[in-house]
Ligand binder design. Structure first.
Ligand code: URA
Ligand code: SF4
Length: 470
């Protein structure tokens, strides 16, 4: 049996490629954590050796496998590496479509691991609580967290986007991440196994801070086995957690029973906006919650006459947590002003509350939500319409129009006309402001913009009539 030491995903990937090329069967190899890994987990340098790069063997890596593997790599179970290698081996030895066979034991286990890691990431997003401490450089927000899996470095960029303007540190038993408003850095783990209480955080930070600068820093202990304490048991909200947990498991059962992708189990019965808005952050009605920074709920006048419905938050909205505050929002604002509509008097929301995107390098490219996602998110939109009770609804673009009017609706054919709608006196659809932004030809862009404003003028007129009739 060959023992291969790996520290992280890149390591595994490189080794796996070399082993595959050398036709080493999964039974002949055992991946184990490198001796150093307990300690060097937090070091920033990746492994440097380039073995395997020179191999020319053809290796099949199915679509989606690398993403899956990268996520599974964060799982705490050591056997994940062997499992990943076994699956990669099988795919390359006459089981090309193995990943689609979800009754296969190996595939099933991989998918379960992936799910566990994604859950843990979501939990970390939702439950990390920062406490303000003073340090040499000023204010810093420090949090202690005990993730179930080795996700601490993977979540760093998410927190950097979400809390970009403040200096913060998240300390965990696996390592720490720090943000200085510009750069993410990794640091050593915090060995204490209990969450600090209240002012202890200040204390913890001070000793941690001191330790970073102590060259004779003690060897970090092995962290493996000790995960008995649920990490959030000590949060200020601890009181409500059993309840949340119970609700969550009920929801799961409910979701599994109906086998449906839907926000419905997450939407509170109380449809007041101040109840809905915080609740949407816990929605797991479709897959999209896993990747976005946060849900973006609607906002605006609580009893608005008009509700505007876009598609989904964009990159800027995802970070700021507010609808239509990026480039498309700017176009919308201008057009509204031109049409004589005050944005502060309307309510603005989206058909889908989580940003769907594809990562290209550092950029996140908008991806149109699928029908199932739009349908899954509809209960939030219904609840918002219930809360605001608008007289007019304006659908911006096809996604919103289809969500509100059904699949036969065509913007090109049906725009600029008032239709009856069960939730309002009328609904009008028009193009999405992003569509205008995407038009390459300036002439056409200008013409389309004028048409867009014309549609909005129809809305403004109708609002005036309604206002008078009120
Ligand atoms: N596009 C949308 O549809 N909604 C937003 O909030 C931003 C861009
Ligand atoms: Fe829930 Fe909608 Fe987000 Fe899907 S997109 S998780 S349904 S809020």
């Amino acid at each position: 049996m060959r023992v291969v030491r790996v520290e992280g995903f890149e390591d595994w990937r490189r080794e796996a490629r070399a082993l595959l090329a050398a036709e080493v069967r999964p039974e002949q190899v055992s991946f184990q954590p490198s001796e150093a890994s307990q300690d060097s987990l937090f070091e920033e340098d990746g492994p440097s050796a380039a073995m395997g790069e020179t191999q020319t063997a053809r290796i099949t890596v199915p679509r989606g496998f690398l993403d899956l593997a990268e996520t599974v790599a964060l799982h705490r179970e050591e056997r994940r590496w062997d499992l990943l290698y076994r699956v990669l081996w099988r795919v390359n030895h006459s089981e090309r479509h193995l990943l689609a066979v979800d009754v296969d034991e190996d595939v099933r286990e991989l998918l379960l691991m992936e799910k566990a890691v994604r859950r843990d990431i979501h939990k970390m997003h939702a439950f990390v609580r920062f406490r303000k401490v003073a340090d040499e450089e000023g204010e810093r927000y420090v949090a202690w967290h005990r993730p179930d899996h080795r996700i601490v470095f993977a979540v760093g960029p998410w927190f950097a986007r979400r809390f970009g303007a403040m200096r913060w540190s998240i300390l965990t038993p696996d390592g720490s991440v720090h943000w200085d408003t510009r750069e993410l850095t990794h640091g050593p783990p915090v060995t204490q196994s209990e969450a600090p209480q209240g002012d202890d955080m200040e204390e913890l930070w001070r000793s941690y801070y001191a330790s970073i600068f102590n060259p004779a820093r003690v060897k970090v202990k092995a962290m493996k086995a000790e995960m008995p304490v649920r990490h959030w048991a000590t949060l200020p909200e601890a009181d409500i957690i059993p309840q949340l947990l119970q609700q969550a498991s009920q929801r799961e059962v409910q979701m599994r029973e109906t086998q449906k992708t839907s926000a419905a189990p997450f939407v509170p019965g109380d449809h007041r906006l101040e109840v809905l808005a915080p609740a949407v952050q816990r929605c797991q009605g479709c897959e999209l919650y896993q990747f976005a920074t946060q849900a973006v709920f609607g906002e605006g006048a609580r009893q608005a006459l008009v509700m505007f419905v876009g598609e989904q938050p964009g990159d800027v909205e995802d970070v700021k947590g507010r609808p239509f505050v990026g480039p498309a929002g700017k176009v919308l604002d201008e057009a509204l002003a031109e049409a004589g509509i005050d944005r502060r008097e309307v309510y603005v929301t989206n058909a889908v509350k989580h940003f769907k995107f594809e990562e290209r390098g550092k950029r996140r490219i908008h991806k149109t939500p699928r029908g199932v996602e739009v349908a899954a998110c509809k209960p939030w939109l219904e609840a918002e319409m219930d809360a605001v009770q608008p007289k007019l609804i304006v659908a911006l673009g096809a996604t919103a129009a289809v969500s509100l009017m059904g699949r036969d609706f065509r913007i090109t054919r049906d725009r600029g006309v008032f239709f009856p709608h069960p939730r309002a006196e009328a609904l009008l659809a028009t193009v999405h402001p992003s569509y205008l932004l995407r038009l390459p030809d300036p002439q056409q862009k200008a013409e389309e913009y004028v048409k867009f404003v014309e549609d909005l003028r129809l809305v403004a007129e109708r609002v005036r009539e309604l206002g008078v009739a009120r």
